[in-house]
Structure formats: structure tokens, C-alpha cells
Write a protein that binds this ligand. Sequence first.
Ligand code: DCP
Ligand code: MG
Length: 368
Amino acid sequence: IQVCVSHPGSHGGSTRWHYEPIRTHMSDRHADALEVLAEYYEFKEIEGPCLAFRRATSVLKSLPFVVQCLRDLRDLPCLGEHTKAIMEILEYGRSFEVEQTLSDERYQTLKLFTSVFGVGPKTADKWYRQGLRSFSDVLTEPGIHLNRMQQTGFLHYGDISRAVSKAEARALGSIIDEAVRAITPDAIIALTGGFRRGKEFGHDVDFLVTTPELGRERSLLPDVIDELKKKGFLLYCDYHASTFDMARLPSFSFEAMDHFAKCFLILRLEEGKVEGGLNSSEKDSRGWRAVRVDLVSPPLDRYAYALLGWTGSRMFERDLRRFARLERRMLLDNHGLYDKTKFLAATTEKDIFAHLGLEYIEPWQRNA
Ligand code: DCP
Ligand code: MG
């Protein structure tokens, strides 16, 4: 989780740094190029190269300098054979491999279809194999059945595919705060996800909500959802009750969702509630927009683990789990940290880093 390399500017000295949100035009360009290739393999469901490109993207994003020549790539971890695209950009100003991918019909179509809320790579691929290439193809194809999530995805497509700003996330924070406190005044609420890491924009807004009373969190979300509905904020709700079982050990699979109660929402956000206005197109005069919001409700004794897990980034979480497993012979996931079968209690994220024998890493340092 820490990149340890020789900085090109230093003479053989070793520099350590964390994932940091230091972004430059050039490193963005290289990282974006590799992300396209990662996505290409993701759509092909070939995990190895997909993960390798994502790792390489993370390394590039974490560099405190701009990659300007091949020498800068020397000694960097995780870049290996995946430097071809970067080398092409450095040499010719563009990458042929990336351009080829971007003009690939299957890539373009899957990218388009998976941009709809509720449409994953499997459905997108199924539609592609049926010969569908555009939204109108999908919406007019007689044999296609859209589930409720996908119908909502198409209905609010413009709003949901538009980035959520920090000001909008703050406004939603107040709405959630008010709704949760109307149910239990002593609730504990935290902003998680990309906005907790200090990102300026996100695709949704993630919150953790719980109560000091153990067990009460199991029925908290249904009450909060009712409250949001009563206040006219709720456009869509997909609620999953808790299936959390204290006795179950963490899973090895990173991608598996945790078992806490959670809901995937679409909320109506009024212009007047957002400082500086909505992040909407100029022509949009409705005065409101739809925003994706996730609420997760862990029991208080697992709160720190849920907070760490939901703060991300995904690659940071993956690396932290890998570190726990390989370096410490421990198991970490959103529910807890286990040394063999012993659960290690934690009330804060700092406790978890201490259990792992790591220095505390601030949320803004977990960005790549
Ligand atoms: N997460 C997880 N397991 C999942 C989904 C998410 O552990 N199956 C964690 C890692 C993510 C965090 O939750 O960083 C929030 O998920 P998002 O998809 O909302 O990702 P971000 O908030 O980091 O980015 P953004 O919402 O801006 O796309
Ligand atoms: Mg998010």
C-alpha cells in the first residue's frame, strides 16, 4: 500500500509516499489511457490484465512527479509489461493500443450500456450479442425486459450520469442527517466513499448510519427510508436487510458485498438546498436533479471496519486486505479483522491500522 521507489530527482535515495490525490494533466492522461485498457479487459471478463492495468493506474496516480520520459518509469512497481501505452504516449503523443480500444465497437457499446444504473457487464454483453447498439435499440426491442432498477436508470439517465459536486454532497448530507435524526436523535452518521477522501466530484454519495444501541441498526434504514419518502426526497429505493452473522469469518473474495443493512437510493435534490447551485446543464430549468445515494448501517461494534471499507478507494481496500493476508496472516473485510479466528475489536480506523502494525493513513491519502 505504500509505493517505495527511487525518486528520479534524488540520487539513489529512497522515497516513500502514500496514495495521494496529486493529479497533473500528464499523469491523468497516462492513467486514463491505462484505465481504458483495464475496462476493455473488464468487459471481456479477463481479470488478470484488468487488475494489472488498474494497479498500474494507481501507481501513476500516486506519483508526486510527472512522468516525462522512459527513465521516470524505471523502478516503478506494477507497471511491468503494461508500460507500452505510456511509452507510445511519451513517444508519439498518443497510444495506438488505446485508440484501437476506444474505436472497438464492443467496447463502445458495453461502455454505453454499463453507464445505465442497474446494467452490469453481463446484461450489457447480452444486449450487445443480441445486436443492440444504442439506447433506442434497447428501449424499442420487443423481447427486452427491463427490471425496476434499469427502468429508473433510463428514466434518470441524464442526472445520474452527471457528476455529483462537493456542494451537492454537502446538501445531501444535511438531508440525510435530518432524516436520520428524526428517527433517532443520537444516531451516528458519517460521509464515506470518494467525498470522504476529499474528491471534488463523485458518481454517488455514500453514508454510514448507525445507533449506539446494538441491534437497533437493523430496523433503522426502513424508518429512514419512510422519512425520506414522507419529505418527498425519495425517487427510488433498493433496500437490502442485514444478513450479517457475527459467527461468520471474513470472506477471501474482495468483490463480495458486505452483509450490513444497506440501501441504494435515488434522491431528489432541490436547487435551493445547494450552495452555488446544482451541477446541471444550463438548459435544465427544473430546479432539481436526481442523485444516487448509498446508505449502509453496520452495528456500532463494526462501525470502524465499515467506515474503513466504505471509504475506499477500491484499489486501496484491495491492497490493504492483501497486506493483512500476506504480511500479517490476518483476514480483513468490511466486517472486521481476524487474527486466525479471533476478532480484533476496533472503535476507530486508527485502531485497525494499529492492529495491522501500520501508520495511520488519512482518507485523502487513500485515493488511487
Ligand atoms: N466498496 C466496497 N465494496 C463494494 C462497493 C464499494 O468495499 N462492493 C467500497 C469501496 C469504495 C466505497 O465503498 O471506494 C464507495 O464505493 P463507490 O462505488 O461509491 O466509490 P467511490 O465513492 O470511491 O467513488 P465514486 O462514487 O466517486 O465513483
Ligand atoms: Mg461513492
